[in-house]
Ligand binder design. Structure first.
Ligand SMILES: NC(=O)c1ccc[n+]([C@@H]2O[C@H](COP(=O)([O-])OP(=O)(O)OC[C@H]3O[C@@H](n4cnc5c(N)ncnc54)[C@H](OP(=O)(O)O)[C@@H]3O)[C@@H](O)[C@H]2O)c1
Length: 316
């Protein structure tokens, strides 16, 4: 391998690397692309890394690294590396289609819960015609979104447009029409105590790890429902099961787990109040990601500002 101006190393599972190969070759033919887990490459030649994360210390073995691209909106897969070379900017993928897919997932799970669809599915399986009382009206159903960033804000707007009573919690206060803003640790409890359906779209950082725990659930009103689309590390799974079994929470929809794939032995699989999806709420589109990498590298080379650079102090 010869050293080139634009050498991109794919630090992602082989399936992802395969999905990116064709669009990258079409969109950025000038890139020399190597797959970390398959190809031989010289560490000194690597200019850019695109991936979902890296083993601790790996990135610091690449002496000429210029930018790291996170293939997802979350960057915890990179920042869990205590040796991450912080002189190198880390850029995260913020994409209209990804935010739209996440919003669809959140709205879908809210509506499945709100319209009691799981009960109708059970009744259908037993050929039972069981009309149920309609749910209370949307204006009286309070949704709380943990994290009002790219995704949380868009999901909140769609849910507001369906006439739900929507609030969000973030570090800094927001001014979003029709969405009540709660900010900072002091306002977490008031936010939770007015939330019937809780949606977590926080980034996983030392501050937010394990935030979905027994103490937080106990502040939610009786029969609250929990949706986690952020990261498995936000949720203390044992605490969730306890709060479901005690009857305090009415159910949960989970897309992300502490260990993925979710082990077959996990009690979550068969829990009657839990809906499970295999981390599919929002998946990066390979073509859109390839365009983003090409354009960002061009901006970097011409010394133009780059969007969505991670703030290492905040951790997202
Ligand atoms: N399941 C999936 O397939 C999937 C797909 C994509 C993304 N995700 C997850 O979704 C997460 C959110 O993505 P995003 O693009 O919306 O992120 P983002 O734009 O960075 O927004 C993060 C939000 O969380 C808030 N926040 C962060 N730390 C906080 C804290 N300690 N206390 C209170 N609020 C805090 C931020 O507050 P400020 O606004 O005040 O900064 C911001 O509103 C990602 O990190 C990723 O883990 C999952």
């Amino acid at each position: 391998m010869t050293s080139r101006d634009t050498t991109l190393l794919l630090a992602a599972p082989i399936t992802w690397a395969d999905r990116l190969a064709t669009p990258l070759a079409e969109i950025a033919p000038e890139f020399k692309v190597f797959v970390r887990d398959r190809d031989c490459y010289e560490p000194e030649a690597v200019d850019y890394v695109l991936g979902t994360g890296a083993a601790p210390g790996f990135l610091s073995t690449l002496p000429n690294l210029k930018l790291v691209f996170s293939l997802g909106a979350g960057v915890d897969g990179f920042l869990s590396d205590p040796y991450f070379p912080k002189q190198v900017p880390l850029v995260r993928f913020v994409d209209r289609n990804l935010s739209r897919a996440m919003t669809q997932y959140i709205v879908l799970q809210v509506l499945i819960h709100y319209r009691q669809q799981r009960l109708f599915d059970l009744a259908q399986a037993e050929r039972k015609w069981e009309p149920m009382a309609p749910p209370r009206c949307t204006e009286e159903t309070r949704i709380g979104i943990l994290g009002l960033g790219e995704i949380g804000r868009k999901a909140g707007e769609r849910l507001r447009d369906l006439d739900f009573d929507v609030a969000g919690w973030s570090r800094s206060r927001k001014a979003l029409p029709g969405i009540e803003s709660f900010a900072g640790a002091d306002e977490l409890k008031p936010f939770l105590s007015r939330t019937d359906i809780l949606v977590c779209v926080l980034p996983l950082t030392p501050d937010t790890s394990g935030v979905l725990n027994q103490e937080l659930f106990s502040v939610l009103p009786q029969d609250a429902f929990v949706i986690n689309v952020a990261r498995g590390g936000h949720l203390v799974e044992r605490d969730l099961i306890e709060s479901l079994d005690s009857g305090h929470l009415s159910g949960a929809a989970l897309d992300v787990f502490a260990v993925e794939p979710l082990p077959k032995s996990s009690p979550l699989w068969t829990h009657p109040k839990v809906t499970i999806t295999p981390h599919v709420a929002g998946v990066a589109n390979p073509r859109a990601a390839s365009l983003w990498v090409r354009d960002t590298v061009a901006r970097y080379k011409s010394r133009e500002p780059i969007a969505n650079v991670v703030d290492f102090t905040r951790g997202y």
